[in-house]
Design a protein around this ligand. Structure first.
Ligand code: 9MR
Length: 682
């Protein structure tokens, strides 16, 4: 079989080659080697497990707090739990304006002092809540009618209150709930907004910084947990603007008063997106209707997964202490007993209550072997007058605004380009229009193996693909095929380590994934190496350096190409799958897991006999149209740069082809189908 590589590269035609190559399975049993990063070493070593929320949170440098009422400190059950479990305290009402300055210039710190003294004498820290808020505001303030008076009153309130607690407060909620619900992300009406205008928030923060430069200054609000909400975006724009202009702000508090479903799926994206602006993020008033354990787990994990999420505060101790008592939303029941949500939270913080131990096992939700059902052919090439297409390949897919958005390579003897399709349901995939992206600024020439994701920090879609280099285009609207920008390269040239190891291979299949601090760019060389480069989330898409071999195998067919790396939702695990070529010459996938994107990778289902996805663990109820399970991508839980998958009922969109087809690699008749896992562990 003669290879016909074009300038740049062409995927090697190994199908024919393999017929003459004796493959041994011995090599397949080897672990793909990987360097151990300091982060990984730390994770592997672990820390001692603690048995209380505060102590366990402290193991990762975080706090776990509760809202406290001065009037309950004499209740021994209440105080007992407070003293045992929590290392941060927020006065629930005692630091609000209507308590502290009920009449103009007359300050009453007694109730708040009671809480502050209780906390500081026990080594618990304090969050100050709250200086400027439209609610629990005495009528003498809300009835002020001129800006000069109000400005002076506001500044005096901030300065006097902060001066009293100077040095005792970890973080102040300087302004609370200034944004309106719904709408377009604007401020809500209030006496502050109405008389002082949009600038009142900035004035409050500047005043606060002068009053106590050591305290962290937070903006705090509710219903800003969903990244897609207009209110969230409004607050995000404000924080971005404050950081850009040097207005002092150190943190954003997400109140997290959730319904029984718990946090929105985008909550971690929201936390990491704000953190990427250079502020700490905190969960400040957590309570969840009916307190489902899973909802507390998801909330806690979202924070644990974001390094700048510095702590969690629950809004009360026992259900009976809650402002939502009827919904039983807290971690302790009315008698002070731990609820299931308590154990779930402690577990998610890294602790180990016996009853929930299984949930923390690294691959609890991913089985160690997989079974799939395949669809028939869902998508085939649609040649047109100017596009003579033989194969539809290398799909990447996201679900957004009620539609599937699929990007794929199109190949023919004359070369490669990209195509875009969208449809609401897989049953409509075959009839979807094929939009060739050479008609956008992406242009003609060699473009292949796309990967699409939404880069939340920049509010932009990215399409990553190979051009000989690793390239990308951006678009503000994924549904507009003409909106893609001209290709730009991630690298100025092929990194030296790849040049040194690529041999006769090809540089292919670029893949980007980010955690809350960094982005990683993976690529393969068809020569047994998976490479990884790194940049910061803030620098992305620039700054990819430190290219290393992330995994390797002396049998190049065992670690060939088409790698996907995903974050497994609800765990601290990442999943790596890499396409291999089996002893039968057919494509299949091996899998590994790791607690860090930087590895090291531990085999999950990684052999021909126990593959991630191969013809031998796939049933074809609609007819066995392929023996190759080749380049594709898992269906994700979201769209953002974290590439999060739900480990329950995995689905994999892949390329396959008629087993009897042959000929030039670029003219092979690849088609797209969908695998659905049939042995979900969930
Ligand atoms: O829990 C507080 C409750 O006791 C008060 O009656 C109420 C008054 O508005 O405020 C509650 O706390 C709120 C917090 O200060 C700001 N975010 C919403 C909280 C729940 O309403």
């Amino acid at each position: 079989m003669a290879l016909t590589p074009r300038r740049g590269r062409t995927r090697a035609s190994l199908l024919g080659l393999l017929a003459a190559t004796v493959m041994t399975t011995a090599g397949l049993a080897g672990t793909a080697g990987a360097a151990t990063s300091p982060a990984q070493a730390q994770t592997a070593t672990g820390s001692a497990k603690a048995s209380t929320l505060g102590a366990q949170a402290a193991q990762s440098g975080r706090y776990f707090g509760a809202a406290v009422a001065a009037g309950k400190l004499g209740d021994t059950t209440y105080a007992g739990i407070l003293n045992r479990e929590f290392n941060m305290v927020t006065p629930e009402n005692e630091m609000k304006w209507d308590t502290i300055e009920r009449s103009r210039g007359s300050f009453n710190f007694a109730p708040a002092d009671q809480i502050a003294n209780h906390a500081t004498s026990r080594g618990q820290r304090l969050r100050g809540h709250t200086l400027v808020w439209h609610s629990q505001l005495p009528s003498w303030v809300s009835s002020i009618g001129d800006a000069t008076t109000l400005r002076s009153v506001m500044k005096n309130h901030i300065t006097t209150t902060m001066a009293h607690y100077k040095g005792k407060i970890y973080a102040w909620d300087v302004v609370n709930e200034a944004f309106a619900d719904g709408g377009g992300g604007q401020h809500r009406p209030s006496v502050f907004q109405n008389l002082l205008g949009d600038g009142f928030i900035e004035e409050a923060f500047r005043t606060a910084r002068s009053a106590d430069p050591a305290a962290k200054l937070c903006y705090n609000d509710y219903n800003i947990e969903d990244w897609n909400a207009a209110k969230t975006q409004g607050v995000y724009r404000m924080v971005r603007d404050f950081k850009a202009r040097g207005v002092p702000i150190d943190c954003v508090g997400f109140q997290a008063h959730f319904g029984s479903g718990g946090p929105p799926t985008s909550f971690q994206t929201t936390l990491s997106s704000f953190a990427a602006l250079g502020v700490d993020v905190q969960i400040t008033e957590l309570d969840i209707a009916q307190a489902p354990a899973a909802a507390y787990t998801n909330t806690t994990r979202a924070c644990m997964n974001v390094p700048r999420c510095t702590g969690i505060t629950v809004w009360g101790i026992r259900d009976s202490d809650s402002w939502r008592a009827g919904e039983k939303p807290l971690l302790f029941d009315n008698n002070g007993n731990k609820k299931a949500a308590y154990n779930a939270t402690l577990t998610a913080l890294g602790g180990t209550p016996a009853a929930t131990k299984a949930a923390t096992s690294p691959t609890a939700s991913l089985p160690s072997s997989f079974k799939w059902n395949s669809s028939g052919i869902l998508m085939s090439p649609k040649p047109d007058a100017t596009h003579n297409i033989a194969g539809l390949k290398d799909p990447t897919v996201v679900r957004h605004n009620g539609k599937w958005h699929v990007f794929a390579s199109v190949a023919s003897a004359s070369g490669y380009n990209l195509v875009y399709l969208s449809f609401t349901d897989w049953s409509q995939a075959a009839s979807a229009t094929h939009h060739y992206l050479d008609r956008s600024a992406i242009g003609t020439g060699y473009r292949a193996a796309p990967q699409v994701f939404y880069f939340a920090p920049q509010n932009k879609w990215y399409l990553v693909y190979q051009t000989g280099n690793a390239s990308y285009s951006t678009n503000s609207d994924i549904s507009n095929p003409n909106g893609w920008s001209a290709p730009k390269n991630f690298y100025s040239a092929m990194p030296d380590i790849i040049k040194q190891n690529i041999g006769n291979g090809y540089w292919v299949d670029m893949w980007v994934i980010c955690d809350s601090a960094n982005c990683y760019l993976f690529s393969s060389d068809d020569n047994g190496h998976l490479y990884r480069s790194q940049t910061t989330l803030a620098q992305f898409p620039n700054g990819f350096t430190n290219t290393v071999i992330a995994a390797q195998d002396s049998n190049k067919y065992a670690l060939f190409e088409a790698s996907n790396i995903y974050k497994v939702q609800g765990s601290n695990q990442y999943l790596l799958i890499v396409e291999a070529i089996g002893s039968d010459g057919k494509r299949y996938f091996r899998s590994w897991t790791s607690s860090s994107i930087a590895g090291s990778w531990t085999q999950l289902a990684a052999s021909e006999a126990n593959p991630f996805a191969r013809a031998n663990n796939t049933a074809f109820p609609a007819g066995a149209w392929t023996k190759d399970i080749s380049h594709g991508e898992l269906i994700r839980a979201g769209t953002d740069q974290t590439l999060t998958i739900n480990p329950c009922q995995l689905q994999y969109l892949y390329q396959g082809m008629n087993p009897n087809a042959g000929g030039d690699y670029n003219t092979l008749p690849w088609r797209l189908g969908l695998l659905t896992q049939t042995n979900s562990a969930c």
